[in-house]
Design a protein around this ligand. Sequence first.
Ligand code: ADP
Ligand code: MG
Length: 290
Amino acid sequence: SVPASIASALSSGARRGLLLKGGAVIEAAAKVTRVAFDKTGTLTVGKPVVTDLIPAPGIDEAELLSTAAAVEAGSSHPLAQAILRRAAEAGVTIPASQGARAIVGKGVEAMVDGAPAWVSSPRHAADSAGIEAEGTRHAAELEAQGKTVVAVFRDRRPLGLVAMRDEPRADAAEAMRQLKALDVGATMLTGDNPRTAAAISGHLGLEFRAEMMPEDKLTAIRDMGGQGSVMMIGDGINDAPALKQAGIGVAMGSGTDVALETADAAILRDRVTDVPALIRLSRRTMGNIR
Ligand code: ADP
Ligand code: MG
């Protein structure tokens, strides 16, 4: 019978850490034609590591790192955590900061040693303050390697660049191959810049859309075909609106509570291959019913 097949699909999903909030998820997942993935913490591990410190002329590494850490001190953003870990490892003294403020999707600003300072994408620095980050060409090279580069400024003076690398999850490329075999499209949505996004998505084998603000992700999901056919996978607070907009919103288990609450399903073991697994399970189940 119908309920029995669905119930058995729900429990077989649960055994592999796929938590589905009801049988309607199975019906909807059987019809998915495209999956949209958040990048950080979903396709990647979400724990970036500082790989390069590039001080501007006349600035030393310690000053670059300590200023960046002071600005990021109050931020829970993965990039902030990477900078703070590196500063702790290097043992630099972090000056006090006041009035830290996130520039959503772009960076953070704060008062450091009585002067305004900020850490942001090099692009945001150029757009908002008209200051070209030192070594813009160098930044582009690092981004083409899949690294995320931020520029550090104090008193409108460039202090240098910090590059970070967030490794793709071990099974992400395999998950993309499995989606292709199911004839399901895949797109990565990210706030990161187009060069970094192209490097990572090229390596994994999916399409990408870069420099997306949270509301852009929402619009992108809507444009991808509306309710029913698009599945969105995300982990962060920023992803909650997009998870809600998608026909099916799926949270990565180690993500935030907000994402888990909003989603229709959760992948508890953080395996990207559980996405094609969910689609296969759903198609099989609905095929049995028909
Ligand atoms: P994602 O979609 O990958 O989660 P976000 O929207 O959080 O990206 O951030 C987009 C970009 O904004 C980052 O790649 C970075 O350039 C900049 N940014 C955001 N938050 C910070 C921060 N705390 N420190 C430095 N840069 C940041
Ligand atoms: Mg994110």
